[in-house]
Write a protein that binds this ligand. Structure first.
Ligand SMILES: [Fe+2]
Ligand SMILES: [Fe+2]
Length: 166
């Protein structure tokens, strides 16, 4: 059976793994749209499905952070609250982009592919800074939590039993 520290380590690794997966999926999606714009890509229907799958995976990841991870960390590390607030603001910005993307994709006009590509560029820029900041701040908080776990009394299941990341 896992010790609390092992669970925290596993959670930290899972956070970074999920970011890595999302980064790779976004890169693949951008490449697919480029191929489509160059006239050598797949069908718009496949691109649409890929885009919507990515949007929902990213939304699920951020909802898990907002509803489970951040409240638990805020309780344990009040000094982290401004950081968590900033990360939540990023989630709102990302959600706005995802809403625009979903509308564009649902309209299914191939002429919109350039606008989709441009929204994905904006999304990639925000996510790159967001993921990096989150990994630095959250991973270091988790490391600190591991060191002080014996006296913290935090129920780490709050962190590790949230909705499964993709
Ligand atoms: Fe996040
Ligand atoms: Fe994240």
């Amino acid at each position: 059976m896992e010790t609390p520290n092992e669970r925290l380590t596993a959670f930290s690794i899972e956070l970074i793994d999920t970011h890595t997966w999302l980064r790779e999926e976004l890169a693949r999606l951008r490449a697919d749209i480029d191929a489509y714009l160059d006239g050598v890509g797949g069908r718009p229907r496949d691109l649409r499905a890929h885009c919507l799958t990515f949007c929902s995976a990213l939304t699920r990841h951020h909802t898990g952070e907002d509803d489970h991870v951040f409240p638990a960390l805020a309780d344990e590390f009040p000094e982290l609250r401004p950081t968590l607030e900033k990360l939540r603001e990023d989630h709102h910005l990302v959600a706005d982009i995802l809403r625009r993307l979903e509308v564009l994709v649902a309209e299914a006009d191939p002429a919109d592919a350039r606008r989709v590509r441009s929204e994905l560029d904006g999304l990639a820029a925000i996510l790159e800074s967001h993921f990096g900041y989150e990994e630095r701040r959250i991973a270091s908080a988790l490391d600190e939590l591991k060191q002080t776990f014996d006296s913290s009394g935090l129920d780490v299941r709050v962190l590790t039993d949230g909705p499964a990341a993709p």
